[in-house]
Design a protein around this ligand. Structure first.
Ligand code: ACO
Length: 430
């Protein structure tokens, strides 16, 4: 980070030279960490509209140009040529692996897929209809109770073991949550299968008969996981960093991230999109719902539209839109009406003044739910699928944060608007 300076003069004339840091690309940042000491004021930026919370060399986004790069590689190239496992290596280690490194990493992930047998008992304790996201965050949080040899954040080897476990075991936990929901027996992982094949096997195979692998489904999931693998300081990743900054064990930090992802403004949007499309039901109702989304007094929003960072287009949406076409064409599933409805809604919104003016475009989740649906993945599992892809991004960020020697606990300040000091009044006198 090279430095420049930004001069700030307060109304009383106090002057501060605030250092300006330059990244390798993207906007400069003004370092305000000395501001309170020098000027006695905090900055105020609810929702982090213009605040960089850390420096990071993992992922770069240019929201105006629709650019997304992992470790410098454009996501379009990775989506076309790479695999989720290779992208995971890239995110965790910083560079693309050699053939040997990739083989070793792949084998390591395959070997860590089983859960401690004791953990499987947890699943019997959940209600049969528990939301799989609730199960995922609870089970991941409790992994710290089972894997004591990967809790020492200061030990790089233990950090590696933790990373491998999270990546490898999350699909097993996700599939177990799904099997509980549908009342089928849990399927053990099969390590001769690759990452997405193994997931499909655990989700859809039953012990009573052989399972026929759906290669299109495996390909589509791999692509979705690549696209969801990381997205710099989004809500769930920032949550992982914040929870981890206290020194909390990494499983707890990831469980916090899973909880943050669940919300409909973030990872829960893919589930919300499908629910919204079902509610719209028919193209003839689109106008009514678009009007509702534009009405300031109506809390309804078009799910899958808009993004905090992307203000022209979401590059992931462009890639996934193509895959949605491919999956529906090749699978010939009867869900096409829902996809047709989505495409019509997209066209109506893209031509609407309100959406144009506010730069609201379909985001990745507008299409991902359509693909999941075509693959027979139930709506309640959509956000879980997102979590599987994002787990590697969370882990990469946690590792970066914990390895930073200048790292501190994340502890924002506030603008206090409550009562000023007042005296306690005994209950009888109130
Ligand atoms: N439908 C209708 N209006 C919208 C929508 C929408 N989907 N999104 C934003 N707007 C409007 C807002 O009401 C606001 O209007 P105003 O200026 O009159 O107040 C304006 O556009 C700006 O939106 P903000 O809410 O300020 O944008 P913010 O960056 O805070 O929110 C978010 C971004 C949460 C993604 C929002 O667009 C949204 O709720 N979208 C729907 C949910 C969704 O798809 N989330 C997935 C995000 S992608 C991901 O996590 C992978």
């Amino acid at each position: 980070m090279s430095q420049d300076a930004f001069r700030l003069i307060s109304p009383d004339g106090t002057e501060s030279e605030l250092p300006v840091h330059k990244g390798t690309t993207g906007p400069d940042v003004i370092d305000i960490s000395r501001l309170y000491r020098e000027q006695g004021v905090f900055t105020y930026d609810p929702g982090f509209m213009a605040t960089g919370s850390c420096s990071s060399d993992i992922t770069y986004i240019d929201g105006e140009e629709g650019v997304l790069m992992y470790r410098g590689y454009p996501v379009e190239q990775l989506a076309k040529h790479s695999s989720f496992i290779e992208v995971s290596y890239l995110l965790l280690h910083g560079d693309l692996p050699t053939a040997e490194q990739l083989e070793e990493f792949d084998q390591t992930i395959r070997r860590h897929t089983m859960l401690n047998e004791g953990m499987l008992k947890f699943f019997n304790g959940f209600r049969y209809d528990a939301h799989p996201m609730a199960i995922l965050s609870a089970v991941v949080g409790s992994m710290s109770a089972y894997y004591h040899d990967s809790l020492d954040s200061s030990n790089p080897e233990e950090r590696d073991i933790f990373a491998h476990r999270i990546l490898a075991k999350l699909p097993t936990v996700a599939a177990a949550a799904y099997k509980l929901n549908i009342g089928q027996p849990f399927m053990y992982p099969q390590n001769d299968l690759n990452y997405t094949e193994n997931l499909l096997h655990m989700l859809f195979a039953v012990p009573a008969e052989p399972y026929e692998m759906d290669e299109i489904a495996a390909e589509a999931l791999d692509l979705l996981f690549i696209l969801h693998a990381d997205h710099e300081q989004n809500c769930s990743t920032s949550t992982v960093r914040m929870a981890g900054s206290s020194g909390a064990n990494p499983y707890s930090a990831i469980a916090a991230g899973i909880s943050a992802l669940w919300g409909p403004a973030h990872g829960g949007a893919n589930e919300a999109v499908l629910e919204m499309l079902q509610e719209i039901g028919h193209p003839k109702h689109i106008g009514k719902f678009v009007d509702k989304a534009k009405d300031r007094d109506d809390p309804f929003r078009l799910m899958g539209f808009g993004h905090r960072v992307y203000k022209n287009f979401d590059p992931r949406a462009t890639i996934i839109r193509e895959m949605a076409h491919k999956v529906l064409a090749r699978l010939g599933r009867q869900d096409t009406p829902l996809f047709d409805l989505a495409l019509e809604l997209e066209q109506v919104a893209l031509k609407d003044e309100y959406f144009i003016e506010k730069n609201l475009y379909p985001n990745v989740d507008f299409y991902s739910g359509i693909i999941y649906r075509a693959l027979n993945i139930p709506t309640s599992m959509f956000t879980v699928m997102f979590a599987l892809g994002r787990s590697v991004g969370w882990t990469a960020h946690w590792r970066e944060m914990i390895a930073d020697p200048t790292g501190r606990i994340s502890r924002p300040r506030q603008l206090y608007t409550g009562p000023t000091q007042r005296d306690y009044v005994a209950v009888a006198d109130r």
